[in-house]
Design a protein around this ligand. Sequence first.
Ligand code: BTN
Length: 259
Amino acid sequence: MTFPARLERFRAVDTTQRVVREWLDAGADEVAVAVTGYQTAGRGRNGREWMGKPGGALMLSVGFRPLDLAARHAWRLAAIVSLAMRDAAEEVAGLPDGTRWLKWPNDIVADALDGTLRKVAGVLGESVTHGERVDTAVIGIGINTDWQMADFPWAIAPNMTSLRELAGKRPIDNDALLDAFLARIEPRYEALRMGTFDAGGWSAVQRTTGRTVVVEVGDGSISGTGAGVDPESGALLVRPDHGEPVALESGEVIRCRLL
Ligand code: BTN
């Protein structure tokens, strides 16, 4: 398999999610990647918008057409995209070990110099299933690369950071980051095609584990302690302050906060 089968760079686009979905619907081979530095209608999870400062972020969508991936494991595509980008970011930004994590379900977060935990990247998975199988999936990731703190909109600034800030203001090369990402997603996807998921690696980098979490669900919120993640269902496991342990699937969670 040529990897990726298709890769196109756009100076600006509404959303790379639409571009790749249209390619797949028109019969494009996997793996198809659309990359941009600017989106006019970027989409986030739960219907939220996703903003990226022109030139300050790497935004891309990856289109998959898995031969034999169970619909209940569709979330693993988003997980491998997050893991691959986390590792690529570590290499390209030269960040110290143990400072980048995944925050369930798929955010890449990092310990900032001021001690706060901040979001570096977000992942959006949109899949089409056929019976019990995944037919096609578009996984989008937006990672803040060269954004400087002063440029973040005030409403989100306290929770966000970029690789540049984490790397002591060293500029980040988006092309090098893309290459490093592609080099890491290929073996991870190949393994998934062969039926193997890096459950250990995925579990080990979960920042929620052992920490106090507040999870907003449809009819309220659950606070408790993160008790790991379930590599079969993809669920977040929470031991509530009162009551029995619960497994929360990403579809039922509005927001997960770490205290
Ligand atoms: C989130 O954290 O809410 C997910 C954000 C996902 C953003 C990426 S940027 C590339 C791709 N295109 C989009 O419109 N969204 C995803």
